[in-house]
Design a protein around this ligand. Sequence first.
Ligand code: DXP
Ligand SMILES: NCC(=O)COP(=O)(O)O
Length: 251
Amino acid sequence: MKPLGRLRLGVNIDHVATVRNARGSAWPDPLRAALLAEASGADGITAHLREDRRHIRDSDIEALAAGLRIPLNFECAATDEMKAIALRLRPHAVCLVPEKREERTTEGGLDVAGDAARLTDYVAELRAAGCRVSMFIGHDPRQIEASAAIGAAVVELHTGLYSELHAEDRHAETEAELHGLQKGAALAHSLGLEVHAGHGLTYDNVAPIAAMPQVMELNIGHFLIGEAIYRGLDGALDEMRRRMDQAREGL
Ligand SMILES: CC(=O)[C@@H](O)[C@H](O)COP(=O)(O)O
Ligand SMILES: NCC(=O)COP(=O)(O)O
């Protein structure tokens, strides 16, 4: 199958805020990083306003919503508090993610099937406000089908397990997880969902994910912000873009 279109790179700037918050100061500023990413060819900016505000804060989301020219993908838990923020700021996209207060990072995908009735209404309100709503899920067919059924426009497939297995050189398990993601992407596309992917992606593991023809957008943060220490943010993005395009070329 030929790719469905040019693969977009969304840059997650959460961990610029992590560094800022480590010193309780105003520097480095996530908006400034987002504007640099925009100037360096990012197709969108992702920011996750966690309920505990451990990195991105309300004021960051407001500054991003007001200051960006490229689309803002607002990641949040499906709570009333977050919905009120989204309805006020009306970002281009809202990606609903599962959250556990004690987790180090997002573990697993959202249980859309188990919360379908509530999420149907939740998504409808965001859609009515003009937001493109996405579900951050694993590749379980039940969750993909439920995402289509509740009216989501997009699913973002969680690549965290794939990334962990890849980093640990667990080749057979990595391949099995990749196969699950590939099947999930095909199912989601067949149901009319736009397919995105992200979490834990790096230069070393991005190619097989970028080569999935149904995937239209990758959201990448932690690795790129770290790599920017060595290459600058523009250099870090350029190299990721190059690897994404290269993976797509052979299709
Ligand atoms: C949902 C997701 O994959 C990202 O937003 C990621 O969670 C970045 O934030 P954390 O590192 O706090 O999990
Ligand atoms: N939704 C995934 C994301 O925004 C970036 O995740 P990571 O690259 O910071 O792990």
